[in-house]
Design a protein around this ligand. Structure first.
Ligand SMILES: [Cu+2]
Length: 354
């Protein structure tokens, strides 16, 4: 497999539409170069030829109708041609093939959320896409105007509050996910992404937010220009597996003996359960998880249940199904977690009841 090369002006072409977009770009670029040279050249030549000389009187030229029509009509044809070509590429980039995979992308200050078919929501700011398969991105924004831009794929479109916008692409190369410390460790067009592996960058190109460096609770920089995500092109088999199993455990947990407990603790933190549920028995807006596993739960308005797998699962997916007695003041939002993630949370809860 030969790595596609970038040029001085443009990064490597890693999607099927990239060559088309680049051809369009270079066509306009070279037309501009030719006109620049011809016009500037003529100007310099005439400046010299008709320079002021003693004994020669300036004589303004008269009207040349034929010439004026020629230099108006010729560029008109050229511009209509460029519009036609550009519009064709635009339409091609707008109308996805029928067999495209639909991924919903939600932009919010200052994160990207990706929901894959079957309601599989991946980690924030991580966009997995299958290679050689069209992907349709359906975008929405929950706050301000954002804009999704993946330079290596040559696609960019705004994510607008109150409406859906879409684009599609088909990635042609697997991402080179070698280990890295800084961007320079990665091949062309890649950045050093999460977990110290290379990935393709995805940018938001709107100035939608924080002018200064502001850190979120996870210590990430939320300065607007860092509203970035990693794009990872994976094999179709790996993508299929991802759709079936949901997001994988974080690397810091993988391989350890208590992998599920470790993963559950991580999910507790990154999903914000920590904001309402304590794990040390202290009171808060929601019941503590300490001693919850296996305990008898009494519900608001009567009824009770034992906190087993099914109860925990329902409490996460449909929190309003049963409200724990004394906890009607705060509504828990429903979470769309995969079965494996729920298993991990349960494993973590079990450690809190030993
Ligand atoms: Cu943005």
């Amino acid at each position: 497999m030969t790595e596609p090369q970038g040029t001085v002006q443009l990064p490597p072409q890693l999607s099927t539409i990239a060559p088309e977009v680049d051809d369009m770009y270079y066509l306009i670029y070279w037309i501009s170069v030719v006109f620049f040279v011809v016009i500037t050249g003529a100007m310099l030549y005439f400046m010299y030829k008709y320079r002021r000389r003693p004994g020669r009187k300036a004589k303004a030229p008269g009207h040349a109708t034929a010439l004026e029509i020629a230099w108006t009509v010729a560029p008109l044809f050229l511009l209509v041609y460029l519009f036609h070509m550009g519009f064709q590429t635009y339409i091609h980039g707008s109308v996805a093939p029928d067999d495209a995979v639909d991924v919903r992308v939600r932009a919010m200050q200052w994160n990207w959320e990706f929901e894959h078919p079957g309601g599989v929501i991946d980690e924030m700011n991580l966009f997995k896409v299958p290679v050689n398969k069209p992907v349709r991105v359906i975008m929405s924004s929950s706050d301000v105007l954002h804009s999704l831009f993946i330079p290596a794929f040559r696609v960019k479109r705004d994510a607008v509050p109150g409406m859906y916008t879409s684009l599609w692409f088909e990635a042609t190369e697997l991402t080179d996910d070698r280990e890295c410390e800084v961007d320079a460790d990665c091949p062309e067009a890649h950045q050093c992404g999460r977990n110290g592996t290379c990935a393709l960058p995805l940018f938001c190109t709107e100035y939608c937010g924080a002018p200064q460096n502001i850190q979120d609770s996870a210590g990430r920089n939320t300065n607007h220009s860092t509203m970035m995500a990693d794009v990872r092109v994976i094999t179709q088999e790996a993508y299929q597996e991802f759709l079936e199993l949901g997001p994988p455990p974080p690397p810091e947990c993988e391989g350890s003996d208590d992998m599920m407990e470790c993963w559950g603790e991580q999910l507790y933190a990154v999903n914000g359960c920590v904001g309402c549920h304590s794990v040390d028995g202290s009171a808060g807006p929601a019941p503590t998880w300490q001693g919850l596993w296996g305990a008898q739960r009494a519900f608001d308005g009567g009824g009770s249940a034992v906190a087993d797998e099914n109860y925990i699962r329902e409490s996460i997916l449909q929190p309003q199904a049963n409200i724990v007695e004394g906890y009607t003041a705060v509504n828990m939002p429903p979470y769309r977690l995969s079965d494996r993630q729920i298993d991990a949370i349960i494993a973590y809860m079990q450690t809190l009841s030993e």
